[in-house]
Design a protein around this ligand. Sequence first.
Ligand SMILES: [Zn+2]
Ligand SMILES: [Zn+2]
Length: 261
Amino acid sequence: MAVRRLLRGAAEILYPPRCVSCRRLGSHLCHACRRDVQWIGDAICVRCGGPTLERCICRFCQQAPPDPLRGVRGVTFYGGVMAFAIHALKYRGKRQLARPLAGYLIAHLDAHPLRFDALAPVPLHPQRLALRGYNQAALLAQEITRARGVPTREDLIARTRPTPPQIHLSRRERRQNMLAAFAPVQGRTLNGDAVLLIDDVCTTGATLQACAEALCDAGAGDIWALTVARAWPKREPEAWERGLSPAEVFVHWDAPQMERA
Ligand SMILES: [Zn+2]
Ligand SMILES: [Zn+2]
């Protein structure tokens, strides 16, 4: 352990960390870039955590609440610096970003306390885990464990089939895509424990909801989900959306989905 720490120290002197977004030397996510992160804030739907114009239960959740999830919370909007950072954590092997990104989760829990007995990272399919070498959600959860002492449990639920990318799917298609993608690993072992699901990004919440169903089968009590960022499922803003705040774009994006769903 001491040797590993020494080697890591030496590596940081030889290859000092650079900001993944602006390439500035000194840290993996620099202070200047952190200032550009866009917070979701408290004007949200208290169930799905989606940005709304005021704190409420949104019309999606009035019709179809995200049960068995008590609620979903995302800390920042996905985009800009946050998109760079999460992309680097997931696809460029930058495991070191887990600590600064988990810092957003820990700060959120400080400001909005939740009671939980275990952390459950959203699992990867074994094939993808083998390719990537790590589960970024598990790295985030382990940082919370380090800060809070609540255990990270990777043995509760498993991804039973790979799911295709969801970026162009509607809300309903995502839910169908996710159906039966997760299962409890070893029967009812949780005895009503409260579980906090952890992931890097939430888009419609279909993945988190499917995980929550598997956790329910594993005997979980209250289940909440917390993600670093919240995305809307398209890449580029339309011309008419430029100049709107992320929350406004989100609300506009959600509206036509309602008709399709
Ligand atoms: Zn930077
Ligand atoms: Zn909602």
